[in-house]
Write a protein that binds this ligand. Structure first.
Ligand code: MRU
Length: 357
Protein backbone atom coordinates (compact mmCIF):
# COMPACT_ATOMS: atom_id res chain seq x y z
CA UNK A 1 0.00 0.00 0.00
CA UNK A 2 1.02 3.61 -0.20
CA UNK A 3 2.77 6.03 2.08
CA UNK A 4 3.10 9.53 0.67
CA UNK A 5 2.19 7.95 -2.66
CA UNK A 6 5.02 5.37 -2.56
CA UNK A 7 4.25 1.64 -2.51
CA UNK A 8 5.56 -0.42 0.39
CA UNK A 9 5.38 -3.89 1.81
CA UNK A 10 5.71 -4.10 5.59
CA UNK A 11 8.75 -6.41 5.41
CA UNK A 12 11.35 -7.21 2.76
CA UNK A 13 14.89 -8.56 2.42
CA UNK A 14 17.69 -6.51 0.89
CA UNK A 15 21.50 -6.82 1.04
CA UNK A 16 21.49 -9.55 3.73
CA UNK A 17 19.25 -7.47 5.96
CA UNK A 18 15.52 -7.70 6.77
CA UNK A 19 13.81 -4.32 6.47
CA UNK A 20 10.71 -3.43 8.48
CA UNK A 21 8.62 -0.34 9.06
CA UNK A 22 9.05 0.42 12.76
CA UNK A 23 5.43 0.61 13.91
CA UNK A 24 6.29 1.93 17.36
CA UNK A 25 7.25 5.22 15.69
CA UNK A 26 4.02 5.66 13.70
CA UNK A 27 2.12 7.86 13.08
CA UNK A 28 4.53 10.69 13.89
CA UNK A 29 7.64 9.25 12.24
CA UNK A 30 8.09 6.88 9.32
CA UNK A 31 11.20 4.85 10.10
CA UNK A 32 12.55 1.86 8.18
CA UNK A 33 14.56 -0.37 10.47
CA UNK A 34 17.17 -3.00 9.67
CA UNK A 35 16.98 -6.40 11.37
CA UNK A 36 20.40 -8.02 11.14
CA UNK A 37 20.34 -10.79 13.72
CA UNK A 38 17.90 -13.26 15.22
CA UNK A 39 17.98 -11.12 18.40
CA UNK A 40 16.78 -8.12 16.34
CA UNK A 41 13.91 -10.19 14.95
CA UNK A 42 12.81 -11.45 18.38
CA UNK A 43 13.03 -7.91 19.80
CA UNK A 44 11.04 -6.48 16.88
CA UNK A 45 8.18 -8.91 17.59
CA UNK A 46 8.31 -8.54 21.39
CA UNK A 47 8.40 -4.74 21.38
CA UNK A 48 5.83 -4.60 18.57
CA UNK A 49 8.00 -2.79 16.05
CA UNK A 50 6.17 -5.33 13.92
CA UNK A 51 2.77 -6.61 15.02
CA UNK A 52 -0.43 -8.11 13.66
CA UNK A 53 -0.78 -11.86 13.26
CA UNK A 54 0.28 -12.33 9.60
CA UNK A 55 3.18 -9.89 9.87
CA UNK A 56 4.63 -11.52 12.97
CA UNK A 57 4.42 -14.80 11.06
CA UNK A 58 6.35 -13.23 8.16
CA UNK A 59 8.89 -11.72 10.55
CA UNK A 60 9.41 -15.07 12.27
CA UNK A 61 10.06 -16.67 8.86
CA UNK A 62 12.67 -14.03 8.05
CA UNK A 63 14.00 -14.45 11.63
CA UNK A 64 14.96 -18.01 10.66
CA UNK A 65 16.79 -16.59 7.63
CA UNK A 66 18.73 -14.25 9.94
CA UNK A 67 19.52 -17.13 12.30
CA UNK A 68 20.95 -19.18 9.42
CA UNK A 69 22.99 -16.20 8.25
CA UNK A 70 24.53 -15.99 11.72
CA UNK A 71 25.12 -19.68 12.27
CA UNK A 72 23.71 -22.53 10.19
CA UNK A 73 24.23 -25.12 12.92
CA UNK A 74 20.98 -27.08 13.50
CA UNK A 75 21.03 -26.55 17.30
CA UNK A 76 21.28 -22.80 16.77
CA UNK A 77 18.36 -22.85 14.32
CA UNK A 78 16.31 -24.91 16.79
CA UNK A 79 17.08 -22.53 19.67
CA UNK A 80 16.27 -19.53 17.46
CA UNK A 81 12.95 -21.14 16.43
CA UNK A 82 12.04 -21.55 20.10
CA UNK A 83 12.91 -17.93 20.88
CA UNK A 84 10.76 -16.76 17.99
CA UNK A 85 7.79 -18.95 18.94
CA UNK A 86 7.95 -17.65 22.52
CA UNK A 87 8.21 -13.99 21.52
CA UNK A 88 4.40 -13.52 21.50
CA UNK A 89 2.00 -16.27 22.56
CA UNK A 90 -1.44 -15.58 21.08
CA UNK A 91 -1.19 -15.20 17.30
CA UNK A 92 -1.04 -18.69 15.80
CA UNK A 93 0.69 -17.39 12.64
CA UNK A 94 3.97 -17.28 14.55
CA UNK A 95 3.99 -21.02 15.31
CA UNK A 96 2.56 -21.75 11.87
CA UNK A 97 5.37 -19.91 10.07
CA UNK A 98 8.15 -21.44 12.19
CA UNK A 99 6.71 -24.90 11.74
CA UNK A 100 6.49 -24.38 7.98
CA UNK A 101 10.07 -23.05 7.79
CA UNK A 102 11.47 -25.95 9.83
CA UNK A 103 9.55 -28.51 7.77
CA UNK A 104 11.00 -27.01 4.62
CA UNK A 105 14.52 -27.00 6.07
CA UNK A 106 14.57 -30.58 7.30
CA UNK A 107 16.87 -32.79 5.25
CA UNK A 108 18.37 -29.79 3.42
CA UNK A 109 22.20 -29.76 3.08
CA UNK A 110 23.82 -27.08 5.24
CA UNK A 111 25.22 -25.11 2.30
CA UNK A 112 21.70 -24.81 0.88
CA UNK A 113 19.89 -23.87 4.09
CA UNK A 114 20.07 -20.11 3.54
CA UNK A 115 18.83 -20.26 0.00
CA UNK A 116 15.91 -22.55 0.85
CA UNK A 117 14.99 -20.46 3.92
CA UNK A 118 15.03 -17.23 1.93
CA UNK A 119 12.78 -18.67 -0.76
CA UNK A 120 10.31 -20.03 1.79
CA UNK A 121 10.18 -16.79 3.82
CA UNK A 122 9.48 -14.83 0.63
CA UNK A 123 6.84 -17.37 -0.40
CA UNK A 124 5.09 -17.05 2.99
CA UNK A 125 4.98 -13.27 2.50
CA UNK A 126 3.91 -13.44 -1.15
CA UNK A 127 1.15 -15.89 -0.28
CA UNK A 128 -0.06 -13.65 2.51
CA UNK A 129 -0.40 -10.77 0.06
CA UNK A 130 -2.40 -12.93 -2.34
CA UNK A 131 -4.62 -14.25 0.46
CA UNK A 132 -5.26 -10.77 1.82
CA UNK A 133 -6.09 -9.48 -1.66
CA UNK A 134 -8.59 -12.35 -2.07
CA UNK A 135 -10.11 -11.55 1.34
CA UNK A 136 -10.71 -8.10 -0.11
CA UNK A 137 -12.38 -9.45 -3.23
CA UNK A 138 -14.63 -11.71 -1.12
CA UNK A 139 -15.46 -9.05 1.49
CA UNK A 140 -16.19 -6.47 -1.18
CA UNK A 141 -19.37 -8.38 -2.08
CA UNK A 142 -20.80 -7.72 1.40
CA UNK A 143 -20.00 -4.00 1.21
CA UNK A 144 -21.45 -3.80 -2.31
CA UNK A 145 -24.66 -5.44 -1.13
CA UNK A 146 -25.06 -2.91 1.69
CA UNK A 147 -24.34 -0.04 -0.68
CA UNK A 148 -26.76 -1.29 -3.34
CA UNK A 149 -29.49 -1.57 -0.70
CA UNK A 150 -29.00 1.79 1.03
CA UNK A 151 -27.44 3.89 -1.77
CA UNK A 152 -25.47 5.92 0.75
CA UNK A 153 -22.04 5.95 2.40
CA UNK A 154 -21.29 2.59 4.03
CA UNK A 155 -20.23 3.04 7.66
CA UNK A 156 -17.86 0.32 8.82
CA UNK A 157 -16.52 -0.11 12.34
CA UNK A 158 -13.15 -1.76 12.89
CA UNK A 159 -11.07 -2.53 15.96
CA UNK A 160 -7.30 -2.39 16.45
CA UNK A 161 -5.25 -2.57 13.26
CA UNK A 162 -6.02 -5.41 10.91
CA UNK A 163 -4.75 -3.28 8.08
CA UNK A 164 -1.84 -3.67 5.71
CA UNK A 165 0.55 -2.81 8.55
CA UNK A 166 -0.63 -5.96 10.35
CA UNK A 167 0.00 -8.12 7.28
CA UNK A 168 2.46 -7.87 4.40
CA UNK A 169 0.08 -5.84 2.24
CA UNK A 170 -3.67 -5.10 1.92
CA UNK A 171 -4.57 -6.11 5.48
CA UNK A 172 -7.39 -8.48 6.40
CA UNK A 173 -10.26 -6.35 7.76
CA UNK A 174 -9.19 -3.37 5.66
CA UNK A 175 -8.76 -5.25 2.39
CA UNK A 176 -12.50 -5.23 1.49
CA UNK A 177 -12.54 -1.53 2.48
CA UNK A 178 -9.63 -0.71 0.14
CA UNK A 179 -11.24 -2.70 -2.68
CA UNK A 180 -14.62 -0.99 -2.18
CA UNK A 181 -12.97 2.44 -2.12
CA UNK A 182 -11.12 1.68 -5.36
CA UNK A 183 -14.43 0.66 -6.92
CA UNK A 184 -15.87 4.05 -6.03
CA UNK A 185 -18.19 2.92 -3.22
CA UNK A 186 -18.39 5.71 -0.63
CA UNK A 187 -16.99 4.41 2.64
CA UNK A 188 -16.53 5.87 6.08
CA UNK A 189 -14.67 3.94 8.79
CA UNK A 190 -15.23 4.24 12.53
CA UNK A 191 -11.78 3.52 13.95
CA UNK A 192 -11.72 2.20 17.52
CA UNK A 193 -8.80 3.89 19.27
CA UNK A 194 -7.82 0.50 20.82
CA UNK A 195 -6.28 1.25 24.15
CA UNK A 196 -3.71 0.85 25.51
CA UNK A 197 -1.40 0.88 22.47
CA UNK A 198 -3.85 2.72 20.24
CA UNK A 199 -3.22 0.65 17.11
CA UNK A 200 -6.55 1.92 15.73
CA UNK A 201 -5.73 5.60 16.20
CA UNK A 202 -2.02 5.35 15.45
CA UNK A 203 -2.02 2.82 12.62
CA UNK A 204 -5.47 2.19 11.09
CA UNK A 205 -6.34 5.86 10.85
CA UNK A 206 -2.84 6.59 9.45
CA UNK A 207 -3.25 3.88 6.79
CA UNK A 208 -6.72 5.00 5.78
CA UNK A 209 -5.59 8.63 5.55
CA UNK A 210 -2.73 7.60 3.25
CA UNK A 211 -5.26 5.83 0.98
CA UNK A 212 -7.66 8.77 1.11
CA UNK A 213 -10.44 6.90 2.93
CA UNK A 214 -12.72 8.88 5.25
CA UNK A 215 -12.35 7.78 8.84
CA UNK A 216 -13.14 8.95 12.36
CA UNK A 217 -11.31 7.81 15.49
CA UNK A 218 -13.62 6.96 18.39
CA UNK A 219 -12.91 5.79 21.92
CA UNK A 220 -13.26 2.08 22.49
CA UNK A 221 -16.54 2.68 24.31
CA UNK A 222 -18.30 4.63 21.56
CA UNK A 223 -19.21 1.80 19.16
CA UNK A 224 -22.27 0.73 21.20
CA UNK A 225 -24.13 4.02 20.98
CA UNK A 226 -23.25 4.41 17.30
CA UNK A 227 -24.80 1.01 16.62
CA UNK A 228 -27.94 1.96 18.62
CA UNK A 229 -28.21 5.10 16.49
CA UNK A 230 -27.96 3.12 13.25
CA UNK A 231 -24.63 4.69 12.36
CA UNK A 232 -22.77 1.42 11.81
CA UNK A 233 -23.69 -0.72 8.78
CA UNK A 234 -21.24 -3.48 9.55
CA UNK A 235 -18.20 -4.34 11.67
CA UNK A 236 -15.11 -6.02 10.23
CA UNK A 237 -12.25 -7.05 12.50
CA UNK A 238 -9.15 -9.22 12.17
CA UNK A 239 -8.10 -12.13 14.35
CA UNK A 240 -4.95 -13.54 15.92
CA UNK A 241 -6.30 -17.06 16.20
CA UNK A 242 -9.59 -18.51 15.04
CA UNK A 243 -10.43 -21.99 16.25
CA UNK A 244 -11.87 -24.65 13.96
CA UNK A 245 -15.08 -24.14 16.01
CA UNK A 246 -15.33 -20.58 14.66
CA UNK A 247 -14.48 -18.93 18.00
CA UNK A 248 -12.38 -15.85 17.38
CA UNK A 249 -9.50 -14.55 19.47
CA UNK A 250 -8.61 -10.94 18.67
CA UNK A 251 -7.46 -7.69 20.27
CA UNK A 252 -8.98 -6.99 23.68
CA UNK A 253 -12.35 -5.27 23.28
CA UNK A 254 -13.42 -7.16 20.16
CA UNK A 255 -15.84 -9.28 22.22
CA UNK A 256 -17.66 -6.22 23.57
CA UNK A 257 -18.08 -4.87 20.03
CA UNK A 258 -19.48 -8.20 18.90
CA UNK A 259 -21.99 -8.18 21.78
CA UNK A 260 -23.13 -4.68 20.89
CA UNK A 261 -23.38 -5.63 17.22
CA UNK A 262 -25.46 -8.73 18.08
CA UNK A 263 -27.82 -6.67 20.23
CA UNK A 264 -28.30 -4.13 17.42
CA UNK A 265 -28.51 -6.52 14.45
CA UNK A 266 -25.32 -5.12 12.96
CA UNK A 267 -23.43 -7.74 10.91
CA UNK A 268 -20.13 -8.62 12.57
CA UNK A 269 -17.54 -10.11 10.20
CA UNK A 270 -14.06 -11.45 10.93
CA UNK A 271 -11.49 -11.39 8.11
CA UNK A 272 -8.62 -13.88 8.15
CA UNK A 273 -6.16 -15.80 6.03
CA UNK A 274 -6.10 -19.57 6.63
CA UNK A 275 -2.71 -19.19 8.38
CA UNK A 276 -4.66 -17.76 11.35
CA UNK A 277 -6.78 -20.88 11.85
CA UNK A 278 -5.85 -23.09 14.79
CA UNK A 279 -7.10 -26.53 13.69
CA UNK A 280 -5.90 -28.26 16.90
CA UNK A 281 -7.30 -26.32 19.87
CA UNK A 282 -11.01 -26.94 20.41
CA UNK A 283 -11.60 -25.08 23.69
CA UNK A 284 -11.10 -21.34 23.58
CA UNK A 285 -10.13 -21.29 27.26
CA UNK A 286 -6.92 -23.07 26.19
CA UNK A 287 -5.76 -20.17 23.98
CA UNK A 288 -2.79 -18.46 25.65
CA UNK A 289 -3.83 -14.84 26.20
CA UNK A 290 -0.86 -12.48 26.22
CA UNK A 291 -0.54 -10.22 29.26
CA UNK A 292 1.65 -7.23 28.51
CA UNK A 293 3.40 -4.76 30.75
CA UNK A 294 1.14 -2.53 32.84
CA UNK A 295 3.36 0.37 31.75
CA UNK A 296 1.49 0.28 28.42
CA UNK A 297 -1.57 1.45 30.38
CA UNK A 298 0.02 3.80 32.88
CA UNK A 299 2.13 5.72 30.34
CA UNK A 300 1.22 7.34 27.08
CA UNK A 301 3.40 8.63 24.28
CA UNK A 302 2.67 11.59 22.03
CA UNK A 303 4.01 14.68 20.33
CA UNK A 304 4.21 17.99 22.18
CA UNK A 305 3.80 21.45 20.57
CA UNK A 306 7.54 21.58 19.86
CA UNK A 307 7.30 18.31 17.91
CA UNK A 308 9.17 16.33 20.58
CA UNK A 309 7.93 12.81 21.21
CA UNK A 310 7.31 12.39 24.95
CA UNK A 311 6.14 9.60 27.17
CA UNK A 312 4.17 10.62 30.27
CA UNK A 313 2.63 8.89 33.27
CA UNK A 314 -1.17 9.24 33.33
CA UNK A 315 -2.08 7.17 36.41
CA UNK A 316 -1.55 7.63 40.13
CA UNK A 317 2.01 6.44 40.74
CA UNK A 318 1.02 3.68 43.15
CA UNK A 319 -2.04 2.33 41.29
CA UNK A 320 -2.08 -1.23 40.06
CA UNK A 321 -3.19 -2.01 36.52
CA UNK A 322 -3.64 -5.09 34.35
CA UNK A 323 -3.09 -5.41 30.62
CA UNK A 324 -4.64 -8.42 28.88
CA UNK A 325 -4.02 -8.05 25.16
CA UNK A 326 -6.68 -10.30 23.60
CA UNK A 327 -10.17 -11.65 24.18
CA UNK A 328 -12.46 -14.27 22.72
CA UNK A 329 -15.57 -13.69 20.67
CA UNK A 330 -17.63 -16.89 20.67
CA UNK A 331 -18.67 -18.06 17.21
CA UNK A 332 -22.37 -17.37 17.83
CA UNK A 333 -21.70 -13.61 17.67
CA UNK A 334 -19.84 -13.80 14.34
CA UNK A 335 -21.95 -13.27 11.21
CA UNK A 336 -19.31 -14.79 8.95
CA UNK A 337 -15.62 -15.41 8.36
CA UNK A 338 -14.15 -13.69 5.30
CA UNK A 339 -11.28 -15.88 4.12
CA UNK A 340 -9.11 -16.08 1.01
CA UNK A 341 -11.35 -18.87 -0.27
CA UNK A 342 -14.70 -17.21 0.37
CA UNK A 343 -17.09 -16.33 3.16
CA UNK A 344 -18.12 -19.09 5.53
CA UNK A 345 -20.07 -19.62 8.70
CA UNK A 346 -18.06 -19.30 11.90
CA UNK A 347 -18.58 -22.94 12.79
CA UNK A 348 -16.89 -26.33 12.57
CA UNK A 349 -19.04 -27.21 9.56
CA UNK A 350 -18.47 -23.85 7.84
CA UNK A 351 -14.68 -24.01 8.20
CA UNK A 352 -14.47 -27.71 7.32
CA UNK A 353 -16.43 -27.18 4.10
CA UNK A 354 -14.47 -24.09 3.13
CA UNK A 355 -11.07 -25.72 3.64
CA UNK A 356 -11.90 -29.36 2.82
CA UNK A 357 -10.67 -30.61 6.21
O1 MRU B 1 -1.30 -6.78 19.51
P1 MRU B 1 -1.36 -6.61 18.02
O2 MRU B 1 -1.29 -5.18 17.60
O3 MRU B 1 -0.36 -7.49 17.31
O4 MRU B 1 -2.81 -7.15 17.68
C1 MRU B 1 -3.26 -7.09 16.37
C2 MRU B 1 -4.65 -7.52 16.23
O5 MRU B 1 -5.34 -7.81 17.17
C3 MRU B 1 -5.19 -7.67 14.85
O6 MRU B 1 -6.57 -7.50 14.85
C4 MRU B 1 -4.88 -9.08 14.37
O7 MRU B 1 -3.54 -9.41 14.50
C5 MRU B 1 -5.34 -9.28 13.00
S1 MRU B 1 -4.06 -8.94 11.87
C6 MRU B 1 -4.61 -8.76 10.32
Amino acid sequence: MRIKGKRYRTIWYENNVVKIIDQTKLPHKFVIKDLKTIKDAVKAIKTMQVRGAPLIGGTAAYGIVLAIQENNNLDFIKKSSEELVNSRPTAINLQWAIHRMNNKLSFVESDELLDVALKEAKLICDEDIKFCENIGVNGLKIIEEIFNKNKKTVNILTHCNAGWLATIDWGTATSPIYQAHRKGIPIHVWVDETRPRNQGANLTSFELNEEGILNTIITDNTGGILMQRGEVDMCIVGTDRTLSTGDVCNKIGTYLKALAAYDNNVPFYVALPSSTIDWETKDYNKIPIEERSSEELSHIEGKDDKNNIKKVLIYPENSKSMNLAFDITPAKYVTGLITEKGICQASTVGLKQMFNR
